[in-house]
Structures are given as structure tokens and as C-alpha cells.
Design a protein around this ligand. Structure first.
Ligand SMILES: [Zn+2]
Length: 401
């Protein structure tokens, strides 16, 4: 029987510290380096989402080739399927998926938002009805930490309460207080088990006073990193960006800042200039599977008839596997024929586009040219999302300049 050849994966050692070095600043934008037991991560960084232990349609080699430094898994999904025990017995998530680089896992707090019809929040935790078989499961701050220590995440996220943007201030305040309370329980639970880093999550919707209270409390705990949650949950970008800026300014400068669930090209540019270091989002791979591929001018749909006879690469500026090996006409054909390869090639391209954007932003920060980079980006780019409005409107709402 053939043997699965596993790549060398360094074991998590308690003595190996997670740390962040802030290397350069340009305005609020930052370039830095995060050290983890599974390697270093140069920031700003975009983390492709591997909810169920797989970035949809891609494998490890694809991810490595396009320059992926860290991926994001989801504790809630992996706990339901294949189950924590299966992953633990396989030697952890790195070994199970044969991925040697860092992994951050989200807690399931966001599924408390996205699967609202399947959940109930109490002071103890979140009770979910499984979207797979309808069975009932209770996630508590403690159980969520245990899942993530068992699967060997490089960064653990605590259970939090994420509400939609239209929630009342009273509800948002309660959600924030419960998130803070659960963080305390998560930290106490983690202390007994492991030294894996656990980030705090700032909540508070679009209310400055709530964000301030949440950020001050979390900052006082001197955590290894800080996430901003509860954004990209239905609000417009003109409301989201100032909230990102206000919140990031409230967080300690010497720790990484992670904006959860945000990741269109324009969001990356606009939020890096507001002080964010880490991002994740399902958008680039989700739209890729519909044929929407990024270019410096905005999203273009390769299924449109104008690409049918094209024998050039989809994006002449792109160095990805799809653009350097196949014509736009061929990718167009794959989508029309519903061939699986279409989803893989378009996903590779979109993720590579974001990796190059982050790499270019990092260089611009190092050279003190982030303002010029941003101007140039907006000279070309037309966002697909109408709530992003025009590039001129975006410039007006930015108080960074
Ligand atoms: Zn490409």
C-alpha cells in the first residue's frame, strides 16, 4: 500500500514564543513580522480561508506557489466534521492537512452571526443546531479553547458574540460585555492547557464609545494580538472604514491587529492605511467560483463573451499559475463547460492578486510611499461593491490624509 508522504511539520513547543516585531510605519500603515512555531509571517498579510481544513478547490502546493504565509481554519466546522478527536489523533490540523506553515483558527463566534436561525446565545455559550445533521451542540469559551489547543492552531480566537449592524446599541453593548466575560474564561481555560497565543476580539458595532470600552479592556490584558470583530456585517464601507481607523488607534502598537472577515482588494488597501496587519475573507475564492477575477481595474467576469476567443492571459500583469499557463479563452471555456479546473484556476488568480497587493503595500510602507500607492490604486480600481461608492467618496471619508 502506498504511504502518504507527509512534509516536515515542526512540533509546537511551549518554549517557542509567538511574537510580533513592528518594522516600519508610514502614517498609520504598518509593516512587521510575526514569529510562530510554524514559521514567520510578514505583514500586512491576507489569510486564505480553509474553513473545513481546505481552501476551496486548492491544495497545499497551490497555496505555497501563490505565496500563502498563513491560512485560517474554523474550530466550529472542524469540531462538527471530521471531529476534534480525528484531527488530534492525526497529529493536529497541520499534519492532517499536510500544511507546514502557520494556521489561525476562528472560534465559531461568527457562525453565531451567520447561522442565526440555528443558534441560541446564553451567558454560558452558544448552542448550535448542526447544519449537517440537525444535532445540538453547545460551544462554551472553554470548549472552543480546547478544540483549538487539540488541533494545534498557531493562533487561537476566543468565542465571541457577533451581531448584525442593525442591532440596537443595548444589544451591542451586551454582546461586547459577554465577549469580554468569555475572554476571561477563555484565558483561564487556556492557562491550564497550553501557551498557544490567544487574541482578544474588540466588539461594539459602529459605536465609538463601545469600541473604546472594549479596546481599553482588552489592551489592559496585554494579549499577544488583537482582532476587530463585528464589521463587514451589513454596514456600508463609509461607516466601516472610520470604525476600523478609530478602533485600530485604540490598540497597542506593539501587537498585531487582525480585521476579521474583511478582504476585498479595496478593503485591504483602505484598512492597511488605517493600521491593520492581518485579514481573512472568503470573498476572493467565493467570487472566483462564479468566474469573477480581480484586475487592477476591478473585478472582471471571465465568463463574459468578450473572453471567448482570447488567446492572451487573463491579466498580463499577473504572475500566477493560471495567468502564466492558460489563456483567458481557455478559462472562459472551463467555466462554460462547468469543469472543476475553472474554480481552481480562478481561485489561484484571485488569491495571488491579494498576495501581490499585500506585498506591494508592504514595500510601499517600507519606502514611505503608502500614500502614493493608494492614490495609484484608486486611479485604476473600480470596486464591485456599490456601497464602496466612488473612489472620490472614499477619499473624502478618510481622515488619514
Ligand atoms: Zn493570475
Amino acid at each position: 500500500m502506498a504511504r502518504v508522504i507527509k512534509i516536515a511539520i515542526s512540533a509546537l513547543k511551549k518554549t517557542e514564543m509567538f511574537n510580533f516585531t513592528l518594522e516600519h510605519k508610514d502614517g498609520l500603515a504598518r509593516a512587521g513580522c510575526i514569529n510562530t512555531p510554524h514559521g514567520e509571517i510578514l505583514t500586512p498579510v491576507f489569510m486564505p480561508v480553509a474553513t473545513q481544513g481546505s481552501v476551496k478547490a486548492l491544495d497545499r502546493v497551490d497555496l505555497e506557489c501563490l505565496g500563502t504565509q498563513i491560512i485560517l481554519g474554523n474550530a466550529y466546522h472542524l469540531y462538527l466534521r471530521p471531529g476534534t478527536k480525528v484531527i488530534k489523533e492525526a497529529g493536529g490540523l497541520h499534519s492532517f492537512m499536510n500544511w507546514a506553515r502557520p494556521i489561525l483558527t476562528d472560534s465559531g463566534g461568527f457562525q453565531g452571526f451567520s447561522l442565526q436561525h440555528l443558534r441560541k446565545i446564553t451567558n454560558d455559550g452558544i448552542t448550535f443546531k448542526s447544519h449537517i445533521d440537525g444535532s445540538t451542540h453547545e460551544l462554551t469559551p472553554e470548549s472552543v479553547v480546547e478544540i483549538q489547543t487539540d488541533i494545534g492552531s498557531d493562533v487561537i480566537m476566543p468565542l465571541d458574540v457577533c451581531l448584525p449592524t442593525e442591532a440596537s446599541k443595548t444589544d451591542l453593548s451586551e454582546a461586547m460585555n459577554l465577549t469580554s466575560n468569555w475572554l476571561g474564561r477563555s484565558l483561564r481555560s487556556l492557562e491550564r492547557k497550553s501557551e498557544q497565543p490567544l487574541f482578544g476580539i474588540v466588539q461594539g458595532g459602529l459605536h465609538v464609545d463601545l469600541r473604546q470600552k472594549s479596546a481599553e479592556f482588552l489592551s489592559s490584558l496585554d494579549l499577544p494580538g488583537y482582532a476587530i470583530g463585528g464589521l463587514s456585517v451589513g454596514e456600508t464601507k463609509e461607516k466601516m472604514y472610520p470604525t476600523v481607523e478609530i478602533t485600530s488607534k485604540l490598540l497597542p502598537e506593539n501587537k498585531p491587529r487582525y480585521l476579521m472577515g474583511v478582504g476585498s482588494p479595496e478593503d485591504l488597501v483602505e484598512c492597511v492605511v488605517r493600521g491593520i496587519d492581518m485579514f481573512d475573507c472568503v470573498l476572493p475564492t467565493r467570487v472566483a467560483r462564479k468566474g469573477a477575477m480581480y484586475t487592477k481595474f476591478g473585478r472582471r467576469n471571465v465568463t463574459r463573451s468578450e473572453y471567448k476567443k482570447s488567446d492572451s492571459s487573463f491579466d498580463k500583469d499577473c504572475d500566477c499559475y493560471a495567468c502564466t499557463n492558460f489563456s483567458a479563452g481557455y478559462i472562459h471555456h472551463l467555466f462554460k463547460a462547468k469543469e472543476y479546473l475553472a474554480y481552481r484556476l480562478a481561485s489561484i488568480h484571485n488569491l495571488r492578486f491579494l498576495m501581490r497587493t499585500m506585498g506591494d503595500l508592504r514595500k510601499a510602507i517600507q519606502r514611505g510611499l503608502v500614500k502614493e500607492y493608494r492614490e495609484q490604486f484608486w486611479e485604476n480600481y473600480q470596486p464591485a461593491d456599490q456601497s464602496a461608492r466612488t473612489n472620490q467618496a472614499l477619499r473624502h471619508i478618510n481622515r488619514f490624509e
